[in-house]
Design a protein around this ligand. Structure first.
Ligand code: GTP
Ligand code: MG
Length: 379
């Protein structure tokens, strides 16, 4: 409680009310208000735990487009704790009727091709057109510096500051090129929160492109002129997955090379089966840094959406993707259940040794393991 205002004794006699002070009682302990022990150490402050939300609070918050709740809902969805998983499924079930109203775009390319710079440029272009943009971003530095998201936050600085955009760095950084088992669920949460463009960034590490292809409508491969085709996914078959090839860094001295690469890729694309039925994948150039070509690639995406919606391919793919997802989860469950099965664990070592020593044919080994899984107790 503050004391009554007092006139300090050093106040000049002619000083008016301006010299009145209010004294406040001191706090116990030191200046931080904590009691200190004999060594002068303050107790450790515990960070207050964020209150856990109920299913209804998650659902209402996401639908009300409350950014904090959206972030919390994604964290819930990403969690592998059994209690969280059950709750996450309930939240997702209630959000499901509000999902599906976005265009989902996968963006891939080798490290350094300019994915983050491009996403920032495209994102800003989309905001100007009144779109709401969610980005599932690769956390580029996490494998190196363990969890810092500064790299991408600064590259997508303008986008991350805009309330109509939402950037979510991938939690595990790098394992699957930034895509996680939970990316599909995260997309749904973003859609329920009113984001009508979802950009999924992935680093080309082989498997990640196929995984992302299975969860997006449009797949964009960013490339560099003269950076080695093999490295960039041509031999890996990534080009066959793409709905557009975008040769980035088409600026300065590099521009003529980028234009030449575009022609070359267009020729190569001629011989490939299209990634999407009825759609011709083409190559384009852009400078993500300068923003050139960004509007053009967005109009390609819009054409794609229009054309595939009219032909029914858009919905067909989404339905097929949903079914794929179901079986993906079934497979995952079976795999976990098999490898954590006590009976299987008990005989695995012995069977594996027999197989590698050449005493047991692999087919028989597989049968034995499966029989053990199917018949033994503890299931
Ligand atoms: N000249 C030029 N430089 C660019 C362009 N786009 C990106 N860069 C630069 O290329 C470097 C890599 O860009 P990023 O956007 O971080 O590339 P990224 O593909 O996201 O990289 P990772 O996240 O590490 O996989 C940065 O130094 C950018 O400034 C462009 O259009 N022109
Ligand atoms: Mg990046």
């Amino acid at each position: 409680m503050p004391d009554q205002p007092k006139r300090p004794e050093w106040a000049p006699p002619e000083g008016g009310k301006g010299f009145t002070t209010t004294l406040v009682h001191g706090v116990e302990g030191r200046h931080d208000g904590f009691h200190h022990d004999a060594n002068g150490k303050a107790p450790r402050r515990s960070t207050p735990r964020r209150r856990r939300l109920s299913v209804e609070e998650y659902v209402e918050g996401v639908l009300a487009q409350n950014r904090n709740t959206v972030a919390q809902a994604i964290t819930l969805v990403e969690s592998n704790a059994p209690a969280h998983m059950a709750m996450a499924q309930e939240v997702l079930k209630q959000l499901l009727p509000h999902t599906g109203n976005s265009i989902r775009i996968g963006i891939t390319g080798v490290p350094g091709v300019g994915k983050s710079t491009f996403i920032e440029a495209l994102g800003l272009h989309l905001l100007q057109q009144d779109h709401h943009v969610a980005v599932l971003a690769v956390d580029p530095s996490s494998t190196v510096t363990r969890g810092s998201i500064l790299g991408d936050k600064t590259r997508m600085e303008l986008l991350s500051r805009d309330p109509r955009a939402f950037i979510r760095p991938s939690p595990s950084g790098g394992t699957l090129g930034g895509v996680t088992r939970k990316s599909r669920e995260t997309i749904l949460v973003c859609e329920a929160a009113g984001f009508d463009v979802v950009l999924v960034e992935t680093v080309g590490v082989g498997q990640s492109e196929t995984t992302v292809r299975q969860m997006v409508d449009f797949f964009l491969l960013l490339m560099l002129a003269g950076a080695g085709d093999e490295l960039q996914g041509i031999k890996k078959g990534i080009m066959e997955l793409a709905d557009a090839l975008l040769i980035n860094k088409a600026d300065g001295d590099n521009r003529p090379r980028a234009e030449a690469a575009k022609l070359e890729y267009n020729r190569a694309l001629h011989y490939l089966a299209p990634a999407t039925k009825g759609w011709h994948t083409r190559a384009y150039t852009c400078s993500a840094a300068k923003g050139d070509g960004v509007a053009q690639i967005w109009s390609v995406v819009e054409d794609f959406r229009k054309q595939t919606s009219e032909s029914g391919v858009f919905d067909q793919r989404r339905r097929a993707q949903t079914l794929d997802w179901v079986y993906f989860m079934v497979e995952e469950h079976l795999r976990t259940s098999f490898f954590s099965h006590a009976g299987v664990e008990g005989i695995r070592g012995q069977i594996e040794r027999a197989v590698v020593d050449g005493h047991l044919p692999p087919t028989v080994a597989a049968q034995k393991l499966i029989r053990q899984y199917e018949t033994s107790a503890g299931r």
